[in-house]
Design a protein around this ligand. Structure first.
Ligand code: NAI
Length: 352
């Protein structure tokens, strides 16, 4: 039963952009504090990863859960998989903690949702964590033990972003990958795998990460040029690929962006919906995160459903390129890509 909520009705002091169906707040005396946000189950159970993160306060954690789960509704609808939008955030405990116990407790909370939410990896969680969750619930994917496909979604996410960049470059700038420059912000599981795919196609890389070891690895492995983290968004590049955290495209950063195309893995790259319009007004083609970064969820969804095989999953992720092309067609109506992609996802929801 959907909660009565609207864009105008604050939820715990936060505006809830679109109504969420269900929120689960759980805490355990041994340390777990988590929120599961189930945004929309019209297409199927809410499916999205679990983020383990140190939030400044509980409201910030709730805000993240609300936005991330809404993004999953759009992402899963556009990806054409039979799932709705959901996401979990686990508030990282202060100081050292027992990881096995934390994820076992989290598995119990996932189980308590009775299948309305299915989890997998996200920032801060690993396949080993999901194996622990799997000891307590079957509503989990992205496991080490899957045969041939599934498992860690990050390389699949990177593959989808790569496909989107290739198609976007062709359609927006009439350029091919070889010889083009891509600026990658964040060299974690997805960013580093993306660099590998791009380097294999003779793309010049400009990179930044707050972790110097990751930067050193990209410089030595791919001949990447390192930039300071404060300068990467304004790099002179054909493509900007945000692959760290959300909110990086905002009123402060947008005026300084020099790439004409943005396509990256990070969820919720736009700080506000209006920032998508601001990019559009500047002639910057922003490929919405929830369209571009669906490779991982496609992979874990197929693993969960037990349908598909390795090449089939890669081919399905490759369809992200076709959706990028369709978005280029759709924005001939003058809408910004972010608004149009949301509209497109809404159409898919209404068609159910
Ligand atoms: P990760 O945690 O492995 O990597 C994030 C990287 O960003 C780290 O190396 C971190 O040091 C770096 N970073 C953090 N703040 C930074 C800053 N201000 N400037 C530069 N670098 C910074 O995370 P992962 O899995 O690679 O995910 C990256 C993004 O993609 C996240 O926003 C995630 O939600 C999103 N995403 C990931 C998926 C996956 O399959 N892993 C699927 C869909 C979205």
């Amino acid at each position: 039963m959907p909660l009565a909520s609207s864009a105008a009705m604050p939820l715990c002091g936060l505006p809830d952009e679109t109504p969420h169906e269900r929120l689960i707040f759980a805490s355990h005396p041994d340390g777990l504090r988590c929120i599961i946000a189930i945004h929309n189950t019209k297409r199927g159970p809410g499916f999205g990863g679990s983020r383990l993160w140190k939030y400044p306060n509980d409201q910030a954690a709730l805000a993240d859960a609300l936005r991330l789960s809404q993004g999953m509704t759009f992402k899963n609808a556009l990806a054409g998989i039979p799932f709705g939008g959901g996401k979990a955030v686990i508030l990282a405990p202060e100081g050292p903690f027992d990881r096995e116990s934390l994820f076992a407790q989290f598995g119990d909370v996932v189980q308590s949702a009775g299948g309305a939410y299915i989890t997998a990896e996200d920032v801060g969680t690993t396949t080993a964590d999901m194996e622990i969750v799997a000891g307590r619930t079957a509503y989990v994917s992205g496991l080490c033990r899957s045969a041939g496909f599934g498992g860690d979604p990050s390389p699949k996410t990177a593959w989808g972003v790569f496909v989107a960049i290739e198609k976007g470059l062709r359609l927006h700038a009439n350029k091919s990958l070889a010889g083009s420059t891509v600026a990658v912000q964040g060299l974690g599981s997805v960013g580093m795998a993306l660099c590998q795919y791009l380097a294999d196609r003779q793309v010049k890389l400009v990179v930044a990460d707050i972790n110097p070891a990751r930067v050193a690895q990209a410089v030595s492995s791919f001949g990447a040029v390192a930039l300071h983290v404060d300068r990467i968004l304004e790099a002179q590049a054909d493509v900007l690929a945000p692959c760290a955290l959300g909110g990086v495209l905002n009123a402060r950063t947008i005026p300084h962006i020099r790439s004409n195309l943005i396509a990256g893995a990070a969820n919720n790259q736009l700080a506000t919906p209006g920032d998508g319009d601001a990019l559009h007004a500047r002639g910057v083609m922003y490929l919405p995160d929830f369209l571009v970064n669906a490779g991982g969820i496609i992979s874990v969804a197929r693993e969960y459903l037990g349908t598909g095989n390795g090449p089939g999953v890669l081919a399905e992720i490759g369809l992200i390129g076709e959706r990028v092309a369709e978005l280029f067609d759709r924005i001939r109506n003058g809408n910004s890509p972010s608004r149009e992609a949301e509209r497109w996802a809404q159409e898919k929801l209404e068609a159910v």
